[in-house]
Design a binder for this molecule. Structure first.
Ligand SMILES: [Fe+2]
Ligand SMILES: [Fe+2]
Length: 313
């Protein structure tokens, strides 16, 4: 199966790809055609399915299909002409990680890591509250991306972001023994959990768009509400409830980034920095991956418009 990054004009294509987005359009001769973005983990390409008789027979967005086609060029841009396609069946064998940019660890392994950290929480009220919220959101957690476009916008990205932050916390907690590890672990596990309802994702784990609830309310306020509901059900102590809610609401630090308060205790402060470290390292690694050694990247908007340098050694 040819990787999209290796495609050139004239490449014949046969293999499994993701239908990232698509529309039915009308060509200049009045016939319907399908206009798609087809992707694998290495990139994406515009694809056309000419002379569509019935819209219902077209590939569905967010699904993986087997494609046979040829790469042509139109106005200097590569374009894949889809000659044949079919939906995948249970007998098909392919590596999903080659098709959809995915977290490097399996959802099962990452969920097991989170479970280990939940078990480390000694305060039974904090522990029960985390278990309650996790249980509610776990059906959506396995494959969910952590963002629409930016950091961790990959399959199972939310689990990856959460587990990396938990591991980071383990590096920092012994250096500052006055920190309450229970609050830090709980804050990490819960801080972005409502991205599962903020961002709509396909069954394949790709982000589609913000949900209505996500746009109108957002994962911070949704997270605070989720904690309130669980705390009410469990009759959690009010101080614990407010402290956990404060950690969620202050984790973006600045009002212009969605936090109505800046952190008011050290565990909330450290949660923000754990989040920042993981976000920044992910974005920097991502930019440098496709960069040649000894060169600077383009200005990266996400990283305050900085250029990044890739070392030669
Ligand atoms: Fe967040
Ligand atoms: Fe986060």
């Amino acid at each position: 199966m040819i990787k999209i990054k290796d495609i050139v004009k004239g490449s014949s294509v046969e293999g499994f790809y993701l239908v990232k987005s698509g529309n039915i359009k009308i060509s200049s001769n009045g016939k319907q055609y399908g206009d798609y973005i087809i992707a694998d983990s290495t990139g994406e390409i515009n694809a056309k399915l000419w002379d569509v008789a019935d819209e219902k027979e077209c590939p569905a967005t967010g699904t993986i299909i087997k494609i046979k086609g040829l790469v042509t060029e139109w106005q200097g841009v590569l374009q894949l002409r889809i000659d044949k396609f079919r939906a995948v069946s249970e007998e098909d064998e392919f590596d999903i990680m080659q098709i959809i940019p995915s977290a490097p660890e399996s959802p099962d392994d990452m969920l097991a890591i989170i479970k280990d950290y939940v078990n480390k929480i000694e305060n039974s009220q904090i522990k029960q509250l985390v278990i309650r919220v996790l249980k509610k959101y776990s059906p959506y957690l396995r494959l969910h991306p952590a963002a629409l476009k930016n950091h961790h916008s990959i399959r199972s990205g939310l689990l990856y972001h959460t587990t990396t932050m938990l591991k980071l916390a383990d590096g920092i907690l012994p250096i500052y023994p006055f920190l309450d590890a229970d609050l830090v672990y709980a804050g990490v596990i819960l801080h972005d959990i409502c991205k599962t309802t903020e961002i709509e994702a396909t069954d394949a784990g790709t982000a589609v768009e913000y949900t209505t609830e996500g746009l109108l309310v957002g994962h911070i306020s949704q997270g605070i509400a989720a904690i309130a509901i669980a705390a009410e059900e469990l009759k959690t102590d009010s101080e614990i409830t407010y402290m956990l809610q404060h950690m969620i609401l202050s984790h973006h630090y600045e009002p212009e980034f969605g936090s109505p308060r800046r952190p008011m205790f050290p565990e909330a402060e450290i949660l923000h920095y754990l989040d920042m470290i993981d976000t920044r390292m992910y974005d920097m690694q991502n930019v440098l991956e496709s960069q040649d050694k000894g060169t600077f990247s383009q200005n990266v908007w996400l990283l305050h418009n900085r250029k990044l340098y890739k070392k030669t050694f």
